[in-house]
Design a protein around this ligand. Structure first.
Ligand SMILES: Cc1cc2nc3c(=O)[nH]c(=O)nc-3n(C[C@H](O)[C@H](O)[C@H](O)COP(=O)(O)OP(=O)(O)OC[C@H]3O[C@@H](n4cnc5c(N)ncnc54)[C@H](O)[C@@H]3O)c2cc1C
Length: 464
């Protein structure tokens, strides 16, 4: 527990209602969407302004108290878990849209704004913010920037970093710094906006975000494709991408997922199918028509068993709702699930899927595959039970082998979820030792007392 004097100071900064200390409240901030990590904070603060965030960090820095920033807590890498105790700084009360500027195609928002609320406001203006983590009902824009989040749209539109124009960031000292601008181009020295994007809450607390927007595409179509084999489906993806047409979304799910989706929210998928591709095209009506035809014919030539174009928005929404529910559908099938987000160059997808299937057989583990296959980004979900020591040890070995395979194929251990706690032991295999030293050096400059989200990204025992 933090000393009562510190709690009193926090209440003075934030107001009584914005400081939580009961066991029940603290418990609610002790986990994220991973199923194997948890740690209790000693206090939770819910600021409403940048000045309050600055006050908390100034105090924490003086007293060397760890501060873990938290948005919606939907991280799949352990990022918002306060592994060193201290304060969880949760941004969900900072959720205002400060400006939607249609003439500049930009918006400025507070960090705790939930993505779905942002999307609802934008669609009324005919505007579009593409990055779309499938946790969009509860993830925040700040959490997305801190993780450089992706999602299905990213195959055509790119990830969060492609949209962040400017940030207001509170540094560990309490200093409030603005980086970037409202302009789509900006070459004022080093790209500090990019440095904070993907920094996983370790370099500063983001309080305001200026984002680039696009016009909402006027038309779209959804195509559902069934295959007898995951590997054939992966080869079809490569055929689509190399043909010159880039769909707006290009997702994959295996037989385990197809059965599970039909069990919990039936949309009429054949449960015996071994693989499913869920594709969306968007743009002008003529482009959508032409792209959908081209993609359908490539799929048929690539061995698809069935190519189904959704007849209307309602049918399409049914498929995309089931995609949104897919991660939760997996979670409910095992006591613990290791959700990975390895990413490989897209010409290596066939080899990668073959290897994951081999690893699943070798360890006798069920590893359903889901993911943003158009980005080469797969989510092998290792079903396990943290309480079953032998099974959990096997799952960890399988995870390490999946990471090794991705690296051997020229891929990376995380495409969008970040390193957090989950992948710390693997960082040294995945990054140049000097690059890791440079990261640590940047951390020392911005947070010399190591109060911001300590215990994340690299091991502290000197092994990375
Ligand atoms: C069902 C499900 C589906 C998902 N699908 C996707 C997907 O398709 N693509 C994808 O990329 N991710 C996905 N995720 C992972 C997760 O939703 C994203 O990483 C998301 O961006 C996290 O946002 P959050 O607000 O929940 O952040 P949190 O989980 O609260 O925090 C994430 C990290 O950001 C830091 N952080 C949060 N707010 C701030 C801030 N204001 N300043 C500085 N640091 C901060 C935290 O310290 C932590 O390290 C999914 C998760 C779930 C549960």
């Amino acid at each position: 527990m933090l000393p009562s004097e510190t709690i009193t100071q926090l209440k003075r900064i934030i107001g009584k209602e914005g400081v939580l200390t009961t066991k029940e409240d603290l418990n609610a901030y002790s986990y994220d969407a991973t199923s194997v990590w948890t740690h209790m904070p000693e206090a939770v603060v819910l600021p409403t302004t940048t000045e309050q965030v600055a006050g908390v960090l100034k105090l924490a820095n003086e007293k060397m108290i760890p501060v873990t920033p938290r948005g919606g807590g939907t991280s799949l890498s352990g990022g918002p878990i306060p592994i060193k105790g201290g304060i969880v700084l949760c941004t969900t009360r900072m959720n205002k849209i400060l400006e939607i500027n249609k003439d500049n195609l930009s918006a400025t928002v507070e960090t705790g704004l939930v993505l779905q609320d942002f999307n609802n406001a934008l669609s009324k203006e005919g505007l579009f913010y593409p990055p779309d983590p499938q946790s969009f009902l509860s993830c925040t824009l700040g959490g997305m920037v801190a993780e450089n989040a992706g999602g299905p749209h990213c195959v055509k539109y790119g990830v969060t970093k492609q949209y962040v124009l400017g940030l207001k960031v509170v540094l560990a000292s309490g200093y409030v710094m603005k980086v970037g601008s409202k302009t789509v181009k900006n070459r004022t020295g080093y790209e500090l906006v990019s440095l904070f994007t993907g920094s996983e809450g370790t370099l500063g607390v983001i309080t305001e975000i200026t984002l680039r927007l696009l016009p909402l595409p006027p038309a779209r179509k959804t195509i559902v494709v069934i295959f007898d084999d995951m590997v054939v489906a992966a080869a079809a993806v490569t055929n689509i991408l190399s043909s010159g047409v880039i769909p707006a979304k290009l997702e994959i799910a295996d037989n385990f997922l197809i059965r599970r989706i039909e069990e919990i929210m039936p949309v009429g998928l054949p449960v015996e199918a071994k693989a499913l591709l869920l594709i969306q095209t968007d743009g002008s009506p003529a482009t959508v028509e032409a792209d959908s035809k081209q993609i359908s014919s490539i799929l048929k030539r690539s061995g698809a068993k069935e190519v189904r174009v959704a007849k209307d928005e309602a049918e399409a929404d049914g498929y995309w709702n089931s995609r949104k529910a897919a991660q939760a559908a997996i979670y409910s099938t095992a006591p613990s699930v290791m959700v990975e987000d390895v990413t490989v160059p897209r010409d290596k997808l066939v080899e990668f899927i073959q290897k994951i299937e081999e690893i699943s057989q070798k360890y006798g583990l069920v590893i359903p595959i889901l993911g943003h296959i158009g980005d080469g980004n797969l989510h092998p979900n290792i079903l396990t039970d943290i309480k079953d020591k032998e099974n959990f040890a096997k799952a960890k070995e399988a995870m390490a082998e999946i990471f090794d395979t991705a690296l051997t194929l020229g891929g990376v251990i995380s495409g969008e979820h970040g390193i957090g706690l989950d992948k710390k032991p693997f960082l040294k295999k995945a990054a140049d030792p000097l690059a890791i030293e440079i990261m640590k050096g940047i951390k020392r400059i911005l947070d010399p007392n190591n109060i911001l989200n300590p215990g994340k990204i690299w091991e502290e025992d000197g092994t990375t």
